[in-house]
Design a protein around this ligand. Structure first.
Ligand SMILES: Nc1ncnc2c1ncn2[C@@H]1O[C@H](COP(=O)(O)OP(=O)(O)OP(=O)(O)O)[C@@H](O)[C@H]1O
Ligand SMILES: [Mg+2]
Length: 371
């Protein structure tokens, strides 16, 4: 855990950081955002003591970092900067291994680590390890910058506008990679950006700074729905309606035609006729999802003797009601079925999303209510 207690920093008469107090939990991705000059980089650099505060204290896991050896501290904190900062006279492999070598890892261990890390970002060891930075694209160099920061497995990684210089496509790929690495490796990442889209996409928690203070610290969802100031609202701008933050439950159809798995098959046929549908959602007495049954399944069954539960088809994809809508859309597009079943936390059926209401919702999110 990282803790700031009334931290301040001045240059001459100008106070840059004002009484900054906050706590960051382990294993989360925090995005610091705010207008240029608000103190993001300064805050970041105080964590690895590239800048020392004038007042207050900073603790990592309860220990005041001003009592630690600064060099040792930095070896335990990965750091990625916008200008990438790879050493031009070192190969990819050597660049990645700078910190492990300082930590006296053996050659073999360093080598294994480089192979493993390159694999994580889909770069082949044989192809890239011996290259020099100038022989790589900007996006590849930035990847190596990220890997270098992760190499010695630091629990904390600081990233200061790491993707600022990249084209949108490379940027998006790297955002996804960092996010998935973070999930896999459970790092505490502090990521600085001035791009709200990037913040919304990546953050577990967004920390909004203005004039050396924190104005709001909240989840992307919370900041979107309740921005604490006009500056934040301005930063959100067009993103307020970002489709990214719709959940499955925002557009599911709650009218679900269901049958119980213990009923005879004939009942399924009747319900289909009556409701004019060709498939039904099957549940048990407690409304727990069991599967679906379609006209095709009914044709396969022997007359009258079976219960619905014996004929049902379990292939249908199920999604949770609080799943990101975009993710669900992707699943639905790839699915052979016309719909997905939406369940709550206890697998109870709460609705369905089908290809029709998906299109309507997307249209509404993009262009507003058309009705
Ligand atoms: N060495 C210094 N001497 C004097 N003022 C400084 C120094 N370093 C930074 N500042 C000032 O401190 C303020 C905060 O700088 P900082 O680099 O932390 O901002 P930032 O939020 O990272 O901005 P940006 O988004 O432009 O990177 C700025 O007004 C800057 O001019
Ligand atoms: Mg900065």
């Amino acid at each position: 855990m990282i803790e700031f207690n009334q931290v301040s920093k001045s240059y001459g008469q100008t106070q840059i950081i004002k009484d900054l107090t906050f706590k960051l939990e382990e294993g989360k991705l925090y995005v610091f955002i705010g207008p240029s000059g608000c103190g993001k980089t300064t805050t970041l650099k105080m964590i690895n003591r590239l800048i020392e505060p004038n007042g207050g204290n900073i603790k990592i896991n309860g220990e005041d970092i001003s009592h630690l050896n600064a060099v040792q501290l930095r070896r335990n904190i990965g750091y990625v900067i916008q200008q990438i900062g790879l050493f031009p006279n070192m190969t990819v492999e050597e660049n990645i291994c700078v910190v492990p070598r300082m930590l006296k890892w053996s050659k073999e261990k360093c080598h294994e680590r480089v192979k493993e890390l390159l694999e994580l970002v889909h770069m082949k060891y044989e192809r890239y390890a011996k290259k020099y930075p100038t022989q790589l694209s900007g996006g590849q160099q930035q990847r190596i910058g990220v890997l270098r920061a992760l190499a010695a497995q630091p629990p904390i990684v600081l990233m200061d506008e790491p993707f600022g210089a990249l084209d949108p496509l490379a940027r998006e790929v790297l955002q996804d990679e960092v996010k998935s690495l973070q999930k896999k490796l459970h790092k505490t990442i502090i990521f600085v950006t001035h791009d709200m889209e990037e913040a919304l996409k990546m953050a577990d928690v967004i920390v909004f700074m203005e004039k050396g203070r924190i104005i709001q610290m909240a989840s992307p969802q919370e900041m979107l729905t309740n921005p604490a100031s006009d500056t934040i609202r301005e930063f959100m701008g067009k993103h307020v309606k970002n489709t990214h933050f719709l959940k499955v439950s925002d557009f599911m159809d709650e009218q679900v035609v269901k049958v119980s798995h213990s009923r005879p098959v004939i009942e399924a046929t009747e319900v289909m006729k009556r409701k004019k549908v060709d498939s039904l959602i099957v549940t048990d007495q407690r409304n727990t999802f069991k599967g679906v049954i379609t006209i095709e399944d009914l044709k396969k069954g022997t007359k009258g003797t079976l219960t619905i539960g014996e004929l049902l088809n379990k292939e249908v994809r199920v999604v949770k009601k609080d799943m990101d809508a975009k993710e669900a859309f992707n699943l639905l597009i790839k699915s052979e079925n016309d719909y997905l079943v939406v369940v709550g936390n206890n697998k109870e059926v709460v609705g369905i999303i089908d290809k029709t209401n998906m299109v309507e919702t997307m249209a509404e999110a993009l262009w507003g209510d058309l009705a």
